[in-house]
Design a protein around this ligand. Structure first.
Ligand SMILES: C[S@@+](CC[C@H](N)C(=O)[O-])C[C@H]1O[C@@H](n2cnc3c(N)ncnc32)[C@H](O)[C@@H]1O
Length: 217
């Protein structure tokens, strides 16, 4: 049974999702800039729970030489920084709606040309680039109703190259509902899911893959 703050949270973001995607994105931009009025609103850089979650998430990745990585909903780049250290040869992009968050992300992660942060809305962003690893963590629950979650799943899958990997991390049991839209997307197959319940805030790490490219004869 969701708590009252959870119900209010869901209702607020569902209401925003009744607007067109462009208007929803504009309002979400204001909301997340406001939430970032003080640095690191979710204590991602200092809370040991978050640091453990990052380490746990990385353990679920199929071992591959990832070259192009995108983190959608990167906030102030705390996990992006972990990715930059873990994959020192990869090109990494962090995407978020909040300019305030991105300004701090750019300070946190050395801007050596290999790591970049861009302001974009996951619901409407059209990326020219494709990635072999896509992360979406603690973000889908802000997108509201079913249609927007379906849209987000399509957008996330479009970011992937053939044989690419998508990792979604959200609180459990809500992750069951949120990841269902990724499960239902024709281009994605679920590779693994691990639910961690022996923690103060249970969460699920779900890993998806896209089909390998068909060899040309
Ligand atoms: C709780 S933070 C997650 C941070 C990071 N993924 C992590 O797990 O450490 C959620 C972030 O998602 C961003 N966000 C929400 N809706 C978004 C959207 N439609 N497009 C891009 N970013 C979005 C917010 O601005 C916020 O910074």
């Amino acid at each position: 049974m969701p708590s009252l703050p959870e119900i209010m949270h869901r209702t607020f973001f569902r209401t925003l999702s009744l607007l067109s995607p462009a208007r929803q994105g504009m309002l979400l931009g204001y909301v997340f800039d406001w939430l970032h009025r003080t640095p690191d609103p979710w204590k991602l850089a200092t809370d040991s729970y978050e640091q453990d979650k990052y380490r746990t998430t990385l353990k679920h990745l199929p071992a591959r030489p990832y070259r192009r990585i995108i983190e959608v909903g990167c906030s102030e780049g705390v996990f992006t920084h972990v990715l930059a250290v873990t994959y020192p040869d990869a090109e990494i992009i962090g995407v978020d709606l909040s300019e305030r968050a991105l300004a701090r992300a750019r300070e946190r992660v050395p801007q050596d040309g290999r790591v970049r942060f861009i302001r974009a809305d996951i619901l409407t962003h059209r990326s020219e680039q494709r990635f072999d690893l896509v992360f979406c963590s603690e973000t889908l629950y802000y997108l509201g109703r079913h249609e927007r979650l379906r849209r987000a799943s399509a957008q996330l899958s479009q970011l992937l190259v053939p044989d690419g990997v998508l990792v979604a991390v959200h609180p459990w049991p809500e992750a069951g509902r949120l990841h269902h839209y990724l499960d239902s997307h024709a281009a994605l197959s679920r590779l693994t899911e691990q639910v961690y319940t022996a923690t103060s805030r249970p969460f699920a790490v779900t890993v998806y893959g896209t089909k390998p490219a068909t060899p040309t004869s």
